[in-house]
Ligand binder design. Structure first.
Ligand code: 2DT
Length: 211
C-alpha cells in the first residue's frame, strides 16, 4: 500500500453546503492518508491565491460586484488555471483531496437562476474526480452550527436552493455521508470510502463530462 511510483494519485472531491464540515474533514483525510504512507495534498476551490482567485475573493466578500455569468466563468477559470498542475501532481503519485470543485460551481450559480446546462458547459474537459463525497446536512442544521461569515451566499434561503441543486447533480457514483454525525464518525467513514469506494481509472478521460 501507499506511495507506489507507478500508480497515480487519486482525485477526491468533497462537496456540501457551507458549515457541513468539508474543510475540517478534507484536512483530516489528508493527515490520515499521509500517516498511512500516501503522498497527499489538500486543495480547495476557489483557490484565492491566484489573480483570478483574488477577483473571486473580493466578490465573495462583497467588495466588488460582478454579473452572475461573469463570476461563474471566473470560478471555472480558477479551476482551469490549476488543471495542468493538478494533472502532473496526480500523475506523479500524489493524491489530491479537494474542498469544493465543479459541483459547487454549478450548484451555487444555478441557485441564482442561471441555466444549469449553461453552468455545466465550462467544466467540460476538467479532470473528473475518482471519488466525490457529499457531506449531507439539512440547511437548517448547518445554519444552527453558526459561524456563517458575512460572505455572499452564506444565507439560509440561498443554501436551501444550493442543497436542492446538489440533489439534482448527485449521480449514483457519489458517496454520501451524514454530516450530522460526530466529527470522528465522519472522519472514519471518509477514510473507509477512500479505500473501498475509490474507482481509479488508469487514464484520465479529458473529454469526460464531469457534472
Ligand atoms: P469557501 O467558503 O469554501 O471558500 O467557498 N463557490 C465555490 C461557487 O459559487 N462556485 C465555485 O465554483 C466554487 C468552487 C461556494 C466560497 C464560496 O464560493 C462558492 C462558497
Amino acid at each position: 500500500r501507499g506511495g507506489k511510483e507507478d500508480s497515480r494519485g487519486a482525485l477526491v472531491v468533497l462537496e456540501g453546503l457551507d458549515r457541513c464540515g468539508k474543510t475540517t474533514q478534507s484536512a483530516r483525510l489528508v493527515t490520515n492518508l499521509e500517516r498511512l504512507g500516501y503522498s497527499a495534498e489538500l486543495w480547495r476551490f476557489p483557490d484565492r491565491t491566484t489573480s483570478v482567485g483574488k477577483m473571486i475573493s473580493s466578490y465573495l466578500s462583497n467588495e466588488s460586484q460582478l454579473d452572475d455569468h461573469t463570476i461563474h466563468l471566473l470560478f471555472s477559470a480558477n479551476r482551469w488555471e490549476k488543471r495542468s498542475l493538478m494533472e502532473s501532481k496526480l500523475k506523479s503519485g500524489t493524491t489530491l483531496v479537494v474542498d469544493r470543485y465543479s459541483y459547487s460551481g454549478v450548484a451555487f450559480s444555478s441557485a441564482k437562476g442561471l441555466d444549469i446546462e449553461w453552468c455545466k458547459a465550462p467544466e467540460i474537459g476538467l479532470l473528473a474526480p475518482d471519488l466525490v463525497v457529499y457531506l449531507d446536512i439539512p440547511p437548517e442544521k448547518a445554519a444552527e452550527r453558526g459561524g456563517y461569515g458575512g460572505e455572499r451566499y452564506e444565507q439560509l434561503e440561498f443554501q436551501k436552493k444550493v442543497g436542492h441543486n446538489y440533489q439534482v447533480l448527485c449521480s449514483p457514483t457519489w458517496k454520501i455521508i451524514d454530516a450530522c454525525s460526530s466529527m470522528e464518525d465522519v472522519e472514519e467513514q471518509l477514510q473507509e470510502m477512500f479505500f473501498v469506494g475509490l474507482i481509479r481509472n488508469i487514464y484520465f478521460n479529458d473529454s469526460t463530462t464531469i457534472v
